[in-house]
Write a protein that binds this ligand. Structure first.
Ligand code: PLP
Length: 490
């Protein structure tokens, strides 16, 4: 399979794309996906791990030994064999993606990415370290650290917004051990971190020498196709569950509602659709940072707006990187057009997608947003009526699902993707259900646990006693120099 950049005629194999993370021209790697890519009906016959292995073998076709690699990557990491359970809640289904080691959906992809990277390094005969640069709004950081710490031949940097993540998210990252990890807070928001990291890619020679030692840069963000490809699996797993439960017949369509930030998770759903999975609508759910809702409704993407810090911080994003891949698809692979739009976004702060592009996008996507009050009210209502406790990100999606149902004529089942454990955002969730203000995330976790009768996930409760190992805070403009200095051993 050939991967092409969204911004020029640069191409790569899948192994090269995984190792590079981002194309040398700043574009994202995309492949042509269709019903020829693999047989989706046959795919559904496998168990969750088999589905994952088959998808990865098809999408990352020149990385070998995928079946063994996949089983090794997930062994003992998730609470259940099925990886991502599907739970009926009220009139919807909740797809629980947070049953992995760091309690967020990023674990599904980041459990396997280090293994993909290691295999690709060996196959390509990469000399020197692969340096993974990661910008995080809170969850990618820990999931990437969990996956990459002490992985031979790699070194990982994580940059997160100072005062922009939950107390538990911060504790998860700041207490991370491992000889190859660097965690650093950045004054600014996620967009500043992401821009700083993208600049570092442009400014640090991507296959450079440092004091005579070779190294190469890569990414653990969903701009890396190796991070995105593993995220298709749970759309198939959910669909399989609905067929098995007799809720749908094979071939019936299913709508998915996705709490969205960088547009990676929802794009994976669109990729599943391109391969043939009967995905009806993909509902893009946003919090008060409703730039994607506006884009889907108007075709204008305008980041010249206020940035809100919300209780769903992993979605506090104004520049959603993966939308670039959808723009590329919607323009029929016109990289010149995509380059122009991306240039307009960075120079003027906005762009307008044309009518043909929006027609393509609107065929599959809908956008809804939800403010802070609605998010809290949704958590409380679903807890009171259904006895199901959801985190703030999932609540944004649940609320969007309700709005979508009102507008939609479709009778297809609605699957709401649940991207984080409620314990991870315990203070906000506790306040939503009981009105109690408990700023200490760990105390809030305990109180939630009393309320639900379910134990706090061990990986979260044990953080309370761990020493903080990472305390650096820098300006976003200092990211490149910070990386270079650390690489030089400073
Ligand atoms: C990362 C994240 C999201 C957003 O996913 P994208 O792929 O960036 O759109 C939503 N919820 C949670 C909890 C997350 O960690």
């Amino acid at each position: 399979m050939i991967y092409r950049s969204t911004r020029s005629n640069i191409t790569a194999t899948s192994a090269e794309a995984v190792l590079q993370g981002i194309a040398p021209d700043g574009g994202l790697y995309v492949a042509e996906l269709s019903t020829e890519t693999l047989d989706w009906k046959k795919l559904l016959r496998g168990d969750s791990l088999q589905i994952q292995a088959d998808i990865l073998s098809a999408l990352l076709d020149d990385i070998h030994g995928m079946e063994e690699l996949t089983r090794r990557a997930y062994a003992g990491k998730f609470e259940t064999e099925e990886l991502t359970p599907l739970v009926p809640v009220g009139e919807n289904y909740v797809l629980e993606l947070f049953r992995g080691p760091t309690c967020a959906f990023k674990d599904v992809a980041l459990s396997v990415l280090p293994h993909l990277m290691t295999a690709a390094r060996a196959q390509e005969g990469v000399r020197g370290e692969t340096v993974i640069l990661t910008a995080t709004s809170g969850d990618t950081g820990k999931a990437a650290l969990e996956g990459f710490h002490d992985v031979e031949g790699t070194r990982i940097f994580v940059f997160y917004p100072h005062n922009g993540v939950s107390a538990v998210q911060k504790a998860q990252m700041a207490t991370q051990t491992g000889g190859n990890v660097t965690v650093c807070a950045v004054h600014g928001n996620f967009d500043d971190c992401q821009t700083g990291v993208k600049n570092a890619f442009a400014r640090i020679n991507s296959r450079g020498l440092l004091d005579g030692n070779p190294f190469s840069l890569s990414s653990a963000n969903s701009i890396n196709i190796g991070r995105l490809a593993p995220q298709l699996s749970y759309y198939f797993i959910a669909y399989k569950k609905l067929v098995e439960a007799g809720r749908i017949a094979l071939g019936d369509s299913v709508d998915f509602v996705v709490p969205t930030g960088n547009f990676g998770d929802i794009l994976a759903g669109f990729y599943a659709k391109l391969i043939g999975l009967p995905v009806g609508r993909l509902v893009c759910a946003s919090n008060a940072n409703s730039i994607l809702t506006d884009f889907l409704n108007t075709g204008v993407y305008d980041r010249r707006r206020e940035f809100y810090k919300t209780d769903s911080p992993s979605m506090d994003i104004l520049v959603s990187s993966n939308l670039e891949r959808l723009l590329y698809l919607s323009s029929g692979g016109d990289w010149e057009k995509v380059s122009t739009l991306m240039k307009e976004l960075s120079e003027k702060g906005f762009y307008t997608a044309d009518g043909d592009m929006m027609a393509y996008i609107n065929e599959s996507f809908r956008g809804y947003c939800c403010n802070e009050r609605e998010t809290a009210e949704t958590i409380r209502r679903v807890w009171e009526h259904e006895g199901y406790l959801m985190d703030t990100h999932t609540a944004v999606a649940w609320n969007a699902a309700e709005k979508y149902r009102k507008d939609s004529e479709s009778s297809a089942p609605v699957v709401v993707l649940s991207t984080a454990s409620p314990y991870k955002f315990a203070s906000s969730v506790l306040c939503a259900v009981s009105g109690e203000e408990e700023k200490d995330g760990f105390a809030a976790m305990e109180k939630l646990s009393e309320l639900t009768g379910a134990p706090v996930p061990k990986s979260l409760s044990e953080l309370a006693g761990k020493p903080e190992l990472h305390r650096d805070v820098i300006q976003s403009g200092e990211i490149t120099d910070y990386i270079l200095q650390k690489l030089k051993g400073g």
